[in-house]
Design a protein around this ligand. Sequence first.
Ligand code: SF4
Length: 362
Amino acid sequence: MKLTFARLGNSHIAGKALLEALGIDVVLPPPPTKRTMSLGSLHSPEFACLPLKVNIGNYLEALEKGADTIVMVGGIGPCRLGLYGEVQRQILEGLGYDFKMIVVEPPQGRLDHVIRQLREITGAQPVTQYIRAGHIGWSKLTAIDALEKLALELRPFEESRGCVSSALEAALKCIDEADSPKAVAFALENGKEAMKSVCRKTDSKKPRIGIVGEVFMVLEPFVNCEIEKCLGEMGVLVYRSIYLSDWIVEHVVKDAFRIFRKSKLPYELAKPYLCHFVGGHGVETIASTVDYARQGLDGVIQVAPFTCMPEIIAQDLLPTVSRDLGIPVMTLVFDEHSSGTGVLTRLEAFIDLVQMSRRARR
Ligand code: SF4
């Protein structure tokens, strides 16, 4: 079996380590490029949301490299994610590819279901092997999140443009090469030191902007035109609302074991504006905006795929949140035609607005 999965930021490093520790041959899709986007858009329904198009592009490029099994996550709720496993299977089969698709559905408290799905991917293995694989995968994922978070804190203070991003890349490469949790911890500490060493002394006078929105758009720099990097290099402290390790704890671990209670905080924060689940990250988008306004951030940017229903609902509510809590909010909607230059222009205009609003408040 040559297994592949769609890319999501740098999480493939952890996914690959976990699967390889279980003896699975992993074929990673190449990093997404214009070709990935073109392939995905060419073969997907026009009004499908961007994650589906990019995933189709990823799968096609992985199948070209010899993958024969695709793993993707399923979903529940009002948005289209639950349909996408079947849609993707039909598109790829229609193009003549011979492969097996395994859709991993949310656990919803059914541990037996999780174990069955896991066995379908990995075959029967001793429990100790799962624990070892989980440990290395988890240590890499949390290390990646820690490094990316640090990069957001340091970029506005870097000595020369791009040096924090270069140090981050080098640190991620070491995390990828580490072959044990101890080696990952060592690579993490070295990476942090290397990133800090290319920065001037930090101060707190930089504008602070939160990024909220749909999980794929927040976490995958290729589709959001590297918004975090652009803002950081413009001297902005970026607060990201979603980290994959937090998302997994909340939506996979707590959902599988049901002995831990899922956090009700997003619903409590979003309550005056949105009181029920609308699919995807609609509630979280509102909740994080409210949270950032209360923390005194200077602005919020919502990143959403074109035609994403949960984010459209959130987008409609954000002007009210912005007015009530006095925080500037901008929505960026992305599709296959989005360009880095267009996004940069809008970011520059938004930063000007945020600076004016900061001055007015002072
Ligand atoms: S949350 Fe939005 S982008 Fe994601 S699958 Fe649902 S509709 Fe598509």
